[in-house]
Design a binder for this molecule. Structure first.
Ligand code: F6P
Length: 539
């Protein structure tokens, strides 16, 4: 069964939302709070260790009612069923979308072409566990008999961002191994990492679903050549492992068959950290923690699959985001974690969200005349308060923001934690209420300066308050955004699981690369032609 195929703008709920938007677009949230003492309780979902308060949004109960009707009109329930039952919902690439199977319990039943994939998944998980234990305990050794001290993850996009973000986020749970990530084809990246490595004690994990990605293969070849300056060919089997669907190409690179961790084409790159792509995570924090990450994601999957939409966290967040994107005309969304550990979280989500939903053709292949994917950006608070918050508070653009915080700090320094959380709470309060002219005047501000100190407020935020940053809660948080992506793709009637948009640049780059060493084609526009010649002259 194909995904439902409904142009959202033709639905009855969309029309109601349009009329409703005209009626409420100028209403100030401050007034909505003043009118309804129960507002915060009505617009909060408490689930497990998550407290999600979406009351500081420019919505009323009526807004939510129509948004939920929209979810019904685009047949979201059927779409969720199609995804979890392994149907080929990635129609443009002819694939199922089953990252949820990777974190499901062993006795679950996820079928691809009628075959349950769980046994295969657990076989690979067992291999990850065994390998991790050997490396972490030091029983697996390098070519000179020394235990490993450093792991280098070589990959890009989904084969880098997910593992890199999770390793960084779970630093607190890390073991003695030092983990490095090499992704950019910029040779300075790999060379800076090489400076920190000892070939005798370094394990290289090459991660590439296709094993054809230029950046990854270039970096892998450079590292192999560097390694072979001190070791001989036989040592490669001890020091290089790969995660890929392309077993033949991996073997061609010289990697031992036993060192290959398979993955499957029904796992999209940007949703793959739950597979063996997460091997570096498992090595960095131990298999048990890796497994807890997966268990957390599975809990969120169950919540998403089973919870009614009016208390379903990913569904609600997705609907609210559609409200701003398609009715208020907001173009971007900020993700502000109040945790330095989540430093890379927004960068990670940029791929997940923008590669998935940056589409302008609907599921019939027709151009779309409404807005789709939002621009995602963000940095941790409190640093970002001293960087770009000015524009969110007093700029001309509407920027809905997710504030993510943890009630407990990991190191338990309560003084810092109280200061952090006071900022976390204060910012969303300030964005909601703003500061009126009367308040500014009452502070004794001169009439000349008063307009500059007025804050309009009415800036929307979601507060996602979680008990503590742990592998399990991080798994839930990532899965929450994955499902938000899915819901929005369904509403916008687009295919979220292909990424043809990144191909054109790759094709042109390979053509230009050939022209550096051979004849120029002279088929470029004059700007590109001039730049190409300028670069060649500078060599
Ligand atoms: O950027 C395009 C892309 O295909 C991503 O979707 C993917 O995560 C990345 O390249 C890396 O691909 P691979 O794992 O095949 O090297």
């Amino acid at each position: 069964m194909a995904l439902p195929n409904v142009n959202p703008t033709t639905t009855a709920s969309w029309k109601k939302l349009q009329a409703h938007f005209e009626a409420v677009k100028d209403v100030h949230m401050k007034d909505l709070f003043a009118k309804d003492g129960e507002r915060a309780n009505k617009f909060t979902v408490k689930w497990d260790d998550f407290y999600v308060d979406f009351s500081k949004n420019r919505i009323t109960e009526e807004t939510l009612k129509y948004l939920l009707q929209l979810a019904g009109d685009v047949k979201l329930k059927d779409a969720i069923k199609s995804q979890f039952s392994g149907e080929t919902i990635n129609e443009t690439e002819g694939r199922s979308v089953l990252h949820t199977a990777l974190r499901a319990p062993k006795d679950a039943d996820f079928k691809v072409d009628g075959v349950n994939v769980m046994p295969e998944i657990y076989q690979v998980k067992q291999k990850i566990e065994g390998f991790t234990n050997e490396v972490v305990s030091g029983s697996r050794k390098g070519y000179t008999g020394k235990a490993f001290t450093d792991i280098v993850n070589i990959g890009i996009g989904g084969s880098d961002l997910g593992p890199a973000m999770v390793v960084d986020s779970l630093q607190y749970y890390k073991n003695h191994l030092t983990t490095h990530f090499v992704s950019n084809v910029d040779g300075d990246h790999v060379n800076e990492v090489i400076k920190k490595l000892d070939p005798e004690t370094t394990l290289f994990v090459i991660v590439s679903k296709t094993f054809t990605t230029q950046e990854t293969l270039s970096n892998a070849n450079t590292l192999k050549a560097w390694f072979l300056k001190t070791a001989n060919d036989d040592a490669i089997a001890k020091h290089f492992v790969a995660v890929s669907t392309n077993i033949e190409k991996v073997k061609g690179f010289g990697i031992d068959g036993n060192n290959i961790f398979p993955m499957w084409d029904w796992v999209g790159g940007r949703f793959s950290l739950w597979s063996a792509v997460g091997l570096s995570v498992s090595l960095a924090v131990g298999y048990e923690n890796f497994d807890s990450l997966l268990k957390g994601a599975n809990k969120m999957d169950e919540h998403f699959k089973n919870e009614d939409f009016d208390s379903n966290i990913p569904v609600i967040l997705a609907l609210i985001s559609v409200w701003y994107n398609n009715f208020f005309g907001a173009e971007s969304e900020a993700i502000i974690p109040y945790s330095q550990y989540l430093n890379q979280f927004a960068t990670y989500l940029q791929q997940g969200i923008m590669e998935s939903n940056g589409k302008s053709v609907d599921r019939n292949g027709n151009p779309i005349d409404y807005q789709t994917g939002t621009i995602i950006w963000g940095e941790p608070g409190t640093n970002s308060q001293h960087a770009f918050f000015q524009l969110i508070h007093q700029g001309t653009k509407l920027i809905p923001a997710d504030f993510i915080g943890f009630t407990k700090s990991l190191h338990g320094n309560q003084d810092h934690q109280d200061k952090l959380i006071s900022n976390f709470l204060a910012q969303t309060e300030a964005l909601l209420n703003g500061k009126s002219e009367a308040e500014v005047v009452a502070e004794g501000t001169s009439p000349k300066i008063t307009p500059f100190k007025v804050f309009q407020g009415n800036k929307p935020t979601n507060t996602i308050f979680i008990n503590k940053l742990s592998p399990e809660s991080l798994g839930k948080l990532i899965a929450m955004y994955e499902h938000k992506i899915f819901v929005q793709g369904i509403i916008w009637n687009i295919f979220s699981y292909d990424q043809f948009g990144v191909e054109l640049g790759k094709q042109l780059a390979s053509k230009i690369l050939q022209e550096f060493s051979g004849n120029e084609s002279n088929t470029h526009d004059s700007s590109t032609q001039n730049l190409l010649s300028y670069y060649k002259r500078s060599e």
